[in-house]
Design a protein around this ligand. Structure first.
Ligand code: NAD
Ligand code: SER
Length: 329
């Protein structure tokens, strides 16, 4: 009998127990479900500031303020957590309305997670960075992995500092932390939380609900973007790759599509000929103008085989097929 119990304990130990922090946001609400497919529903604990609804509520959940270090440690202990995906953050546009709060959340919570990984010897940590680490002096086209970085939003400054902390904890304490510099993420299953690239999600809601959209960026503003399915795949691929293949411990450039508002509008028009777009740039234009047009992700491709699946056309078709169903609910 005791042999059976020991065997069960060994199996339990061998299993990944994953904590997702900020699981109810635009990325977390899709990534958490994908992680539950991979590791088993009971092995992926979602957490956020608010109570979950819908599919995420069907699995384990904990209320957690990512700045509450003690509660983070308690939850990790309670569930025998072996991996953390730390997604909670205040994004670029929202961060500018309260820069100190954005810095506090984005930095303090990351340090808590890295300390947890060090103290409790977690197997792996995932923390996303962003194209916001780049700035006005960065080369705009095919921005290299290693280049000038002079971010001018508090969000970008916090992501750049976070990248340095990740590399530091890896080099100094051996923490297996992995990261991607996401471009603008476009998904339709959850609304975005205050980024500069959010227009490329809003445009689909407004196209279907009102037939027109007023864009807060100018028509020719190119930005690197990625469909959510590709972002989830990139994240899981990176986390499931053997550690010795991960050569970048700050954060990997990853890219998929680059387009401007007029190009996505034209793609929507090809399926909804009556759709109309107007332009009324606001403070977010300056943020967008400080970011790259396109990203060189050759290192991610060669180190762990990254390759996106969705181009602008495929993404638009997928959203215009799936979103109407969601809007009926
Ligand atoms: P989001 O704003 O949609 O979601 C963030 C989630 O974190 C929300 O559910 C929110 O309730 C939660 N949260 C906020 N404060 C919290 C706190 N103190 N404690 C716990 N939870 C808290 O953001 P997202 O778009 O899902 O982004 C997820 C991560 O990916 C972030 O780190 C972001 O910087 C990064 N990222 C996103 C994009 C993008 O285009 N969405 C691009 C680059 C990087
Ligand atoms: N999409 C994000 C934003 O606009 C970039 O990290 O803030």
């Amino acid at each position: 009998m005791s042999e059976i119990l020991n065997f069960a304990a060994l199996i339990e130990k061998a299993m990944n127990k994953v904590l997702v922090i900020g699981a109810l946001g635009q990325l977390g609400s899709e990534l958490t479900l994908a992680l539950r497919e991979l590791h088993g529903k009971e092995n992926v604990i979602a957490s956020d500031l608010k109570q979950p609804e819908g599919k995420i509520a069907e699995g384990p959940f904990e209320l957690l303020n990512a700045m509450d270090r003690q509660r983070l440690y308690e939850i990790a202990e309670k569930h025998n957590i072996t991996q953390v995906y730390h997604l909670a953050a205040i994004l670029s546009a929202k961060g500018e309305s309260d820069p100190k709060l954005a810095w506090q959340l984005n930095m303090e919570s990351l340090i808590h997670v890295l300390d947890l990984a060090k103290d409790k010897k977690l197997d792996k940590v995932y923390w996303p960075s962003s194209i916001a680490v780049f700035g006005p002096s960065t080369p705009r086209v095919d921005t290299p992995q290693n280049t000038v970085m002079d971010p001018n939003t508090v969000y970008g400054i916090s992501k750049l500092a976070g990248e340095r902390w990740c590399e530091y904890y890896h080099q100094k304490y051996g923490v297996d932390v992995r990261s991607l510099r996401y471009p603008g993420l476009i998904g339709y299953k959850a609304k975005p939380g205050g980024g500069t690239t959010d227009y490329a999600v809003d445009i689909f809601y407004k196209a279907l609900e009102e037939g027109s959209y007023e864009c807060f960026l100018s028509e020719d503003t190119y930005l690197p973007m990625m469909y959510m399915d590709d972002a989830v795949k990139a994240t899981i691929d990176l986390m499931e790759t053997d550690g010795d293949k991960i050569k970048v411990r700050s954060s990997y450039n990853v890219s998929a599509i680059s387009f401007s508002p007029v190009e996505i509008a034209n793609q929507i028009k090809s399926q909804m000929p009556d759709f109309e777009i107007t332009y009324n740039p606001d403070f977010r234009q300056k943020i967008a103008d400080s970011w790259p047009d396109s990203i060189d992700d050759s290192q991610a491709r060669s180190d762990w085989g990254w390759k996106p699946s969705f181009d602008l056309k495929a993404m638009t078709e997928d959203i215009l097929q799936g979103l109407p169903e969601l809007l009926k609910k």
